[in-house]
Design a protein around this ligand. Sequence first.
Ligand SMILES: NC(=O)C1=CN([C@@H]2O[C@H](COP(=O)(O)OP(=O)(O)OC[C@H]3O[C@@H](n4cnc5c(N)ncnc54)[C@H](OP(=O)(O)O)[C@@H]3O)[C@@H](O)[C@H]2O)C=CC1
Ligand SMILES: Cc1cn([C@H]2C[C@H](O)[C@@H](COP(=O)(O)OP(=O)(O)O[C@H]3O[C@@H](C)C(=O)[C@@H](O)[C@H]3O)O2)c(=O)[nH]c1=O
Ligand SMILES: [Mg+2]
Length: 297
Amino acid sequence: MRVLVIGRTGQIATELLPRLAAAGHAAEALEPPGFDMTDPAQVAAAFDRFRPETVVNCAAYTAVDKAEDDRALAFAVNATGPRLLGEAAARAGVPVLHYSTDYVFDGTKDTPYTEADPPDPVGAYGASKLAGELLLHNAQPRSVTLRTAWVCSPHGGNFVKTMLRFGKERPELRVVADQHGAPTFAADLAEAAVTLLPRLVAAPAGDPVFGITHLTGTPWTTWHGFAEAIFAGAARRGQAAPKVTAITTADYPTKARRPANSRLDCTRAATVLGIPPKDWREGLERCLDALMKESTP
Ligand SMILES: NC(=O)C1=CN([C@@H]2O[C@H](COP(=O)(O)OP(=O)(O)OC[C@H]3O[C@@H](n4cnc5c(N)ncnc54)[C@H](OP(=O)(O)O)[C@@H]3O)[C@@H](O)[C@H]2O)C=CC1
Ligand SMILES: Cc1cn([C@H]2C[C@H](O)[C@@H](COP(=O)(O)OP(=O)(O)O[C@H]3O[C@@H](C)C(=O)[C@@H](O)[C@H]3O)O2)c(=O)[nH]c1=O
Ligand SMILES: [Mg+2]
């Protein structure tokens, strides 16, 4: 199958591309500087040139704090980009697989969010991602958006790599313990994509596979709990662990507000897509193996 992948060096794309090749698919991956998904002519030209049978959008503007000052660019990449892809995909008659975020919710609900809960983002990144969901599905109803959260991998920028770096530099770290959610390893999302794509391509409009589905790791934790797990794993691999102090969101001021409840109910992923959430602790082990092997001579 011919798969157009938007984004090439980001976390999900890096895990997806070798898995697409291993499954026998022909993938073309595009990102800046050679490709800009916010330019309608470049998106149309990519479809004309490659004639994909499906599209996976791994590209996004993911700098949550910077997005507050850079709203126009965040909306161009996260909202206009998915609209242009949806329009081109609809013209070509091919389905789209896209990713969105827990940050579309305000985090005030007491229990995990389902796909039926109304989004209400508290920051520019979340608002731009919500706009992208709506524009994409409006342009191409044969789209799947996997709403995921706290994505980590050995590549790119993420919380695991930030913690390992800070842990080497500082004897003590302060990490928020009142934001609840679940980490998701990019490798698990990539495997889900490889499983889903043939089904998307075969499914007619209106098939229940299409629409928004929540897919994160399991079990629930907090950023503080995640940090503790990262340092426990790093300690097992010989890195001295810093003290990790639990703090509140109020103790850690950031430009963007973040939801206190980022827990996404993944029942639909398991029952409708046949993809149950993966244990992030296993993903963390594999991620630490990859990262800490690199640093040992
Ligand atoms: N990271 C996370 O914690 C979470 C991510 N998500 C979602 O998952 C998806 C993938 O995230 P992740 O892999 O972490 O993303 P990354 O930030 O690792 O990668 C984003 C990619 O998008 C590319 N890109 C940016 N602007 C453009 C553009 N105009 N045209 C084409 N490509 C562009 C970047 O290229 P370049 O580097 O050259 O700019 C980069 O390759 C996104 O939709 C994100 O919103 C959802 C929940 C959590
Ligand atoms: C580095 C650090 C962060 N924190 C807090 C800040 C924040 O609330 C939380 C996580 O920090 P980050 O900077 O990784 O958070 P952030 O960039 O907001 O991560 C988000 O990225 C986007 C793209 C998403 O879609 C979300 O699902 C989520 O993964 O931990 C601490 O408390 N102490 C620290 O030392
Ligand atoms: Mg890059």
